[in-house]
Design a protein around this ligand. Structure first.
Ligand SMILES: Nc1nc2c(ncn2[C@@H]2O[C@H](COP(=O)(O)OP(=O)(O)OP(=O)(O)O)[C@@H](O)[C@H]2O)c(=O)[nH]1
Ligand SMILES: [Mg+2]
Length: 254
């Protein structure tokens, strides 16, 4: 499983090698929070690369039913009496949540933060299918500063591994060019459209803190509180449906 808002960065790159030769599905979760047009483009690009891929909002019962029916159809076509599925991916992408929904009860711990599952657990979801829930795993080190910012912004990286102000400033800087996001954030933070907001990230954070009257003693903008609120609201989808990375351009063979 990976996050539809950053399908490249939130995908475990070595997994394809590790499970080579076995059937696998890629689920892009939180599709309700991603830009739908960009998600379509990702699905096309990944399908072209030979992936079996589905974008899904795991909160949507109908979408979950369609997915589970597809998985059941697939496993019933296999010769073995008991099919074992491993659900794997980075932290907080919804692995345990999906398995609970499949079971119809809260068998596994879930929460909207990384690092909830701490040990692999087998769960029998139907007489024919056993599923292994696994703790979210990271690659040994993030590939770049950008990938670290993306993982932090999406709530996949544990909070002790990043500075909230730095990540919120990066997010603002990255998304400020998008008119739709700019308008939403200005409105929510009471920064009038007429007021100049610097394109440089930290002063931007300061303008927003002032807009919401988040001030420290002495009247200085409280950028730490502004950053925390911005990140929380981004993760709740209050900046609109936003995808943080674009798919590769279609190959000429298409
Ligand atoms: N809006 C939205 N929220 C989702 C979606 N999928 C999962 N979530 C939320 O994400 C939370 C995290 O899910 P978990 O199942 O605990 O994540 P996990 O992948 O098991 O995480 P670790 O155990 O840390 O590896 C859930 O509690 C849901 O509230 C989705 O498609 N859309
Ligand atoms: Mg889990």
């Amino acid at each position: 499983m990976a996050d539809a808002r950053a399908p490249f960065t939130t995908r475990h790159q070595r997994l394809a090698q590790l499970v080579a030769g076995r059937p696998r599905f890629l689920l892009l979760t939180r599709s309700d929070l991603a830009d739908p047009l960009v998600t379509q483009a990702w699905l096309r690009a990944l399908t072209q690369q030979g992936e079996k891929v589905v974008a899904i909002c795991l909160m949507d019962a109908q979408e979950r039913r369609v997915l589970l029916n597809r998985l059941e159809e697939f496993t019933h076509a296999l010769p073995s009496r008991l099919v074992r599925l491993v659900v794997t991916g980075l932290p907080n992408v919804g692995k345990s949540f999906l398995i609970n929904q499949w079971l119809g009860r809260r068998r596994l711990a879930t929460a909207n933060r990384p690092g909830v599952t701490t040990a692999p657990t087998w769960v029998r979801v139907t007489p024919h299918i056993a599923v292994l829930d696994t703790p979210g795993v990271f690659e040994p080190s993030p590939r770049s500063a950008k990938s670290l910012y993306i993982l932090a912004a999406l709530g996949i990286l544990p909070p002790e591994r990043y500075e909230e102000e730095e990540v919120a400033a990066w997010l603002l800087h990255t998304l400020w060019q998008q008119e739709r996001v700019r308008q939403l954030v200005r409105e929510r933070w009471h920064v009038p459209a007429t007021q100049q907001v610097e394109a440089v990230a930290l002063p931007q954070l300061e303008s927003l803190a002032v807009g919401r009257r988040l001030l420290r003693a002495g009247g200085r903008p409280d950028t730490a509180r502004a950053a925390r609120q911005l990140l929380t609201e981004f993760r709740q989808g209050l900046w609109g449906r936003v995808t943080l990375e674009m798919p590769p351009a279609p190959s000429s063979a298409d």
